[in-house]
Design a protein around this ligand. Structure first.
Ligand code: NAD
Length: 358
């Protein structure tokens, strides 16, 4: 059946990098029999300017109908002064919650050709390939009670609650076990079970769920140790699963191991395999419209979509290999260049990937 793909370019560099991602998809349609139809919808600042709403009803309806979404980026100084609910970021948050996208997949991959870009020694990070699976719709960011007030002594206080039920933990656990199974077969669950009751439940449910995945090796690690190990010996990890709060912090730390924000894709998935695929980076207003943006994070997001929603790992492998060849040939956008490499524009980099897919 023809898959319906919605492209939401958004703001800043979003439209430029989405254009290249779409060229890659079109090449796969023309030359490799990928069966998709492409649609486009406004989101973020672009939607505010056109319709006064960062997620207009028509865009939300199109997102609901789609099998997958290729998202660019949103935000920029033009909309920073608006009240929170009217800002571009609210459009993305609402989209994630309306679509029930509870699993955030953040790979941290360091192509060996870019090992110099990391702050760590090349031998520690070269060839790094970790997948962090973060729970996205529960935990302390959403737990009740939450609020602020004044205590009996007149001191200001505030509180949040880290709360998970077993069904929420099992749901993200199953997603992570399935991903680990399709990768290196090892899953590390990160918690703080030595201190937090909610983490003990997390650990218990992960152990119970593991019974259904005898081919996946499950281990547990406390979050403070995980932070240390990520920087000390990151290649020990294959797939990591963790809560919303811990995942927020660890996935950013893992991203920085690679030293190149323009290379990092991500996905947010629902329980049925529908996903929103987007680069980790923002709208980069400082370089927007100049052909300087690295389109590879967006193109690698398309590879994730091929693998996780469209069940076309064969084509995902081709796209990822094409990125490797482009880097081998010395092609670099400005953010990842060094003295021995040629500077490519956004469009030239996208074109090189398309040529290699032919
Ligand atoms: P940013 O990721 O946009 O930019 C950080 C730095 O990385 C900048 O120097 C930028 O030029 C560079 N950079 C980012 N993407 C790049 C690419 N593809 N190629 C080359 N260089 C790249 O983060 P920021 O500057 O903190 O935020 C800018 C805007 O983006 C803000 O409005 C913010 O709210 C928004 N934002 C959106 C998302 C999203 O759409 N999911 C995520 C983060 C930030």
């Amino acid at each position: 059946m023809t898959a319906r793909i919605l492209v939401m370019p958004g703001d800043g560099v979003g439209p430029e990098i989405c254009r290249e991602a779409v060229r890659v998809l079109e090449a796969l349609v023309n030359d490799h029999g990928l069966d998709i139809e492409l649609h486009e919808a406004l989101v973020g600042g672009a939607a505010i300017d056109a319709e006064g709403d960062p997620l207009p009803e028509s865009s939300l309806a199109a997102a609901r109908e789609a099998d997958a979404i290729v998202f660019g980026s949103i935000g920029g100084p033009a909309w920073d002064g608006l009240e929170r609910a009217k800002r571009p970021e609210s459009g993305l948050l609402r989209l994630r919650s309306e679509l029930g996208l509870f699993a955030n997949l953040r790979p941290a991959i360091l192509y060996p050709q870019l090992a110099h870009a990391s702050a760590l020694k090349p031998e520690v990070v070269s060839g790094l390939d970790i997948m962090i699976v973060r729970e996205l719709t529960g935990g302390i960011y959403f737990g009740q009670p939450a609020g602020h007030g004044t205590d009996e002594a007149g001191r200001r206080e505030a509180w949040n609650t880290m709360r998970y039920n077993d069904a929420e933990i099992e749901r993200i656990g199953r997603t992570a076990f399935n991903i680990a199974r399709a990768r290196g077969g090892r899953l590390c669950s990160v918690d703080k079970a030595n201190v937090l009751d909610v983490s003990q439940l997390w650990r218990d449910v992960m152990n119970e769920t593991a019974v259904d995945y005898p081919d996946v090796e499950l281990s547990h690690m406390y979050v403070d140790n995980a932070a240390m190990q990520l920087v000390r010996a990151p290649k020990q990890f294959d797939t990591v699963v963790t809560t919303n709060l811990f995942g927020d912090i660890l996935s950013d730390a893992a991203a920085m191991l690679t030293g190149s924000i323009g290379m990092l894709p991500s996905a947010s998935m629902d329980a049925n395999g529908k996903g929103l695929y987007e680069p980790v980076h923002g709208s980069a207003p400082d370089i927007a419209g100049q052909g300087l943006a690295n389109p590879l994070a967006a193109i690698l997001s398309v590879a994730m979509m091929l693998r996780y929603t469209l069940d076309r790992s064969d084509l995902a492998d081709k796209v990822e290999a094409a990125v490797g060849y482009a880097l081998d040939r010395g092609l670099r956008t400005r953010d990842i260049m060094n003295q021995e490499t040629q500077v490519a524009s956004t469009q030239e980099m996208g074109g090189a990937i398309v040529d290699m897919l032919r």
